[in-house]
Ligand binder design. Structure first.
Ligand code: UD1
Length: 430
């Protein structure tokens, strides 16, 4: 089993290059099968979730040609099966995007119902409500969602909750429905816009992505395209908080600063200096961070996927902070791991009260999920002494070469898979 081993206390310095957005890529890969022509996708992140998604697609007959780690050619003309195996949905929830894509193209799809996950129960009722509104018959048979529609017809759909997944899934199906669909109370995340732009580049007619209302005029066919995925705002934000927590000074390159506004505003509030350039941001951290309150919200609010990372900063800040999680019901589990490193916090419902301590100390901890795992790495980089992180497979789901990029910034971190490798690292770092 691979682990990260970290010797903390080393400020990060230098430059880091951000990859393509994992969450945009998942939607775009699903959408790419909606044409029989060949699609070329660039700036694909080479992370576990993406590789699982590509496997799920290959399994149903999609031709996947990886030209390089970050470029893939997709051809969906040979799809022979519209049902996805449970094995894939278990590994990656977002393979449910294939439901909207297959339903749009073939008017039928079968995808296992995803269960809950480590951050809470995650229903997909709104996705199904949208498909039903478009005319699909949706039933649950032996744990799978079966959606069939003799014909999909555009409709007016109101989403009761702002949902990224439902917005993208319904938008895909509606792209190939007959007539006009209006989706209200949409998610406005940059990756919703990226999937819409991608579909439009394939000949779809989607307007309003990035606002509350998306209007779609269905088309009969989609065609070939070449498309480059937007940079990953969460990977960028994670490095920005790593700099903040290690009293570092780094330049995060290949980003869209506009997508980072909520993160930048919190970094300023906790005492960092942030310089914005056209496609880069520089974060300069103070000697001691200050406390702040934060509430996660749909975009453009502060992202829930950046909640554990800011919590690490607040755990080391001067004063008491309140973190309110308004998107997921159980996203504070990692605070128990952080407590093992000396953090002091108390969770009440969807709120965590964090009393800042002067410094964290190294410990052996486990990554409970993707973003919390990344936050524990940040904690390890900031802590005094040695931190070992188990279950890093979660982190690898969404961060490409995380340890390599951190090493480039001067961090003393190694991915090890045996005691021998761990001992070697410890000898090297002294
Ligand atoms: C996406 C992101 C995830 C991020 C989340 C919120 C991907 C692949 N994942 O997840 O990293 O943390 O957005 O920004 O892009 N809900 C319902 N019914 C539904 C759908 C959602 O009640 O049918 C609720 C969820 O339980 C949650 C809220 O809506 O409380 C938002 O979830 P949603 O935006 O759908 O998250 P995901 O798309 O799953």
């Amino acid at each position: 089993m691979e682990q990260y081993i970290i010797k903390g206390g080393c400020p990060l310095h230098g430059e880091v290059e951000i990859g393509g957005a994992k969450n945009a890529a998942l939607g775009i890969l699903a959408a790419s099968i909606m044409t029989d022509e060949t699609v070329l996708i660039e700036n694909l992140p080479d992370v576990r979730d993406i590789n699982v998604m590509l496997e799920a697609m290959s399994e149903i007959g999609v031709k996947v040609e990886r030209l390089s780690p970050h470029i893939v050619k997709i051809n969906g003309s040979g799809i022979g099966d519209v049902s996805i195996e449970y094995e894939y949905i278990k590994k990656i929830r977002a393979s449910y995007y294939l439901l909207g894509a297959l339903l749009g193209k073939y008017k039928k799809a079968e995808v296992p119902l995803p269960g809950g996950c480590n951050i809470g129960s995650r229903p997909i009722d709104l996705h199904l409500k949208g498909f039903k509104a478009l005319g699909a018959k949706v039933s649950i048979v032996n744990g799978s969602i079966c959606a069939v529609a003799p014909q999909l017809r555009g409709r007016h759909i109101f989403l009761d909750t702002v949902s990224v997944g439902a917005t993208i899934n319904i938008m895909m199906a509606a792209s190939m429905a007959e007539g006009r669909t209006v989706i209200e109370n949409c998610a406005k995340e940059p990756h919703v816009v990226d999937v819409a732009n991608f579909l439009n580049s394939m000949g779809a007619n989607i307007k309003g992505a990035g606002t509350d209302i998306i209007r779609i005029n269905g088309v009969e066919k989609l065609h070939a395209t070449e498309y480059s995925i937007i940079p990953d705002q969460i990977e960028a934000g994670t490095f920005m908080f790593a700099a903040a927590c290690t009293h570092g000074d780094i330049v995060v390159k290949n980003v869209i600063p506009k997508h980072l506004e909520a993160t930048i505003s919190k970094l300023l509030e906790i005492g960092c200096e942030v310089e914005e350039f056209d496609t880069a941001v520089r974060v300069i951290a103070p000697e001691r961070l200050s406390a702040a309150n934060v509430k996660t919200l749909p975009y453009p609010g502060y992202p829930t996927d950046m909640q554990p990372q800011i919590a690490v900063a607040l755990a080391m800040a001067e004063g008491t902070s309140i973190v309110t999680e308004s998107i997921f019901e159980n996203r504070f589990k990692y605070l128990d791991e952080l407590a093992r490193m000396g953090a002091v916090s108390k969770v009440e419902g969807n709120t965590a009260i964090i009393s800042g301590v002067k410094g964290l100390m190294g410990a052996r901890v486990s990554a409970p999920d993707l973003r919390a795992g990344a936050a524990l790495v940040i904690a390890g980089l900031a802590a005094e002494g040695i931190t070992t992180i188990d279950d890093i497979v979660y982190i690898q789901r969404g961060y490409e070469n995380f340890e390599g990029k951190l090493q480039q910034l001067g961090a003393r971190i190694e991915k090890v898979s045996s005691d021998r490798e761990a001992r070697k690292f410890l000898l090297n770092v002294g």
